[in-house]
Write a new protein. Structure first.
Length: 325
């Protein structure tokens, strides 16, 4: 119920039976929507960051698994040779038995008992040292793989938790939006109430000679595609996913999240905006692509689609600045 979502303690006169829960005013609903929108945008960008970390961890795991397989092959090959040397030493009475150690296949056990191996014939010291080095490489790779797997599990749990939080926020937003008319919905968050294409022509007919032109042309071609948090194309986008994909289509790689885009790209005065510049809003929690004429193309919010919209209302009131890749 809306009254349960809004701040308690505000009494608003309403018709109805005595004792009925007070109904929130339009301004209260709008204020709560602004809060939810801001929180959802921050969660969305954190979700993107965790996705990047998960991708990096997965690549790291693939690499260390490849290293571990290569080290294991070398370790096994050298173990066979060392076993032969150990057997000969045992027959000559130079040591008791290392059979269990050499057949265990446990690289860490080899390292823990390496002093025993070094007691073998001095004529084989080079092979022993190489074998211990191979065991050290294998053990290090296996431990790195274990750490990567643990990190991946934690990141996946983090993503699932953030997804649940976002879905909850989106549900609250939809509930509140249903209480407002389209006109009342204006200014409470990014996007137009109609959900896309509200800024006149949606077909790009401009130049394509520069990288900025190509980024703008790409953004135009995405109009009408749905907003999905964590998405960066080709079928759906969130705000920073759209700006990143637009500039990627122009051959320029930029960071994934709105916070990173604001922090790492060159800032430009808003009085000197050019098509292709990235507009940054709401504490760097939201971004859109400026396309000229006081318009931007934006992936606004859940339930809406990529649209061309005027730099006014919510956008104008929350504009932080602009960056140029």
């Amino acid at each position: 119920m809306i009254a349960g979502i809004l701040a308690a303690g505000v009494v608003v006169a309403a018709d109805g039976p005595a004792g009925a829960a007070p109904q929130p005013t339009v301004s209260q609903v709008q204020a709560r929507l602004r809060q939810l929108t801001s929180k959802a945008e921050k969660l969305d960008q954190r979700y993107n960051q965790v996705q990047q970390e998960l991708t990096s961890a997965s690549r790291r795991l693939k690499l260390v698994n490849s290293e571990a397989a290569r080290y294991l092959k070398r370790f096994r090959s050298m173990r066979a040779e060392i076993a032969r040397i150990a057997a000969q030493a045992y027959m000559n009475g130079n040591m008791t038995s290392v059979a269990a150690m050499l057949t265990s296949g446990d690289a860490q056990q080899i390292l823990d008992q390496s002093s025993i191996l070094l007691e073998l014939s001095s004529s084989n010291s080079a092979q022993m040292s190489q074998f211990i080095a191979a065991a050290r490489q294998l053990s290090g790779a296996q431990q790195a793989a274990k750490r990567a797997k643990t990190a991946i599990g934690a990141l996946r749990n983090n993503l699932a938790s953030q997804k649940r939080s976002l879905n909850k926020l989106i549900g609250q937003q939809k509930t509140l939006l249903a209480q407002l008319t389209p006109a009342q919905q204006q200014g409470v968050g990014p996007g137009g109430s109609s959900g896309g294409g509200g800024g006149g022509t949606t077909t790009y007919k401009g130049p394509t000679g520069t990288q900025a032109d190509k980024a703008v042309a790409f953004a135009y071609a995405q109009i009408g595609k749905p907003y999905v948090f964590g998405a960066a194309g080709p079928d759906a986008y969130d705000c920073s996913g759209l700006t990143m994909a637009s500039w990627a289509a122009a051959g320029i790689s930029i960071p994934r999240t709105s916070y990173e885009q604001w922090a790492s790209l060159p800032h430009v005065p808003t009085s000197q905006l050019q098509p292709g510049d990235i507009l940054v809003f709401n504490g760097a929690g939201h971004v859109g692509l400026y396309v000229g004429g006081g318009m931007l193309i934006d992936a606004p919010n859940s339930g809406l689609t990529v649209e061309k919209i005027a730099l006014s209302g919510w956008y104008q009131s929350t504009l932080m600045g602009a960056v140029r890749p």
